[in-house]
Design a protein around this ligand. Structure first.
Ligand code: ADP
Length: 190
């Protein structure tokens, strides 16, 4: 009753209520895409994902095919490693894509691209990428997130190098990624 009175006093509220009835639920969802190579996913990526869950209703971690980067894991393997890492996060999904990022964002009904910033060295490339994506689609915003300070030195490339040389990567990646790295880098029997 009180709500009814309030709505009568606020025509805007009645209009909003009308929209609620007309639009599908997804039109109100803040959906973000977190794209990257994830070759493989590290605790730094996971930290960014966890922080983003506080800002968005749905996050799609989108593994880019990126064959030109000569990935250690193929696209399906990388997506599966992401999927296992986010199992405890109900609002996060793992997917992959092999097209222009802005096309993929549009296709998934998202409005935002998330990228991680570790240090000033990331900035130039990320800035260029964000501006180019804005040129391609004005309706999509890029936001940058900083990981916990202990992950600012962490990259997939460094993790692969350490694992290749037999170093311990257990504090840099989830357990299943460590196992996958060990399996992938195991020397072939002579
Ligand atoms: P790409 O090849 O697209 O840079 P990456 O998998 O290396 O893909 O990274 C995906 C995104 O995550 C990028 O924005 C990158 O800067 C960010 N990122 C990578 N490692 C970390 C980390 N340790 N902390 C925060 N962000 C990170």
């Amino acid at each position: 009753m009180r709500r009814k009175l309030r709505n009568r006093a606020r025509p805007q509220a009645r209009f909003e209520a009308f929209l609620c009835l007309q639009l599908p639920y997804t039109d109100f969802m803040r959906i973000a895409i977190y794209p990257g190579s994830f070759d493989p996913l590290t605790n730094g990526h996971l930290d960014v994902i966890q922080r983003a869950t506080k800002l968005f209703d749905r996050i799609i971690v989108a593994v880019a095919k990126n064959e030109s980067k000569n990935p250690l894991f193929d696209m399906e393997e990388r997506r599966e490693l992401v999927r296992q890492a986010i199992r405890h996060l109900p609002s996060v999904e793992a997917d992959s894509f092999d097209c222009l990022l802005v096309e993929y964002v549009e296709k998934r009904g998202a409005q935002t691209i998330i990228r991680g910033l570790r240090a000033v060295s990331d900035f130039e490339f990320e800035f260029q990428l964000a501006l180019m994506n804005r040129k391609l689609d004005e309706g999509i915003e890029t936001i940058f997130m900083m990981p916990k300070d202990t992950y600012t030195f962490l990259s997939s490339r460094i993790v692969k190098e350490i694992a290749l040389l037999g170093g311990n990567v257990s504090s840099f990646v989830p357990g299943h990624v460590r196992t996958a790295l060990a399996r992938k880098l195991k020397p072939a029997p002579a």
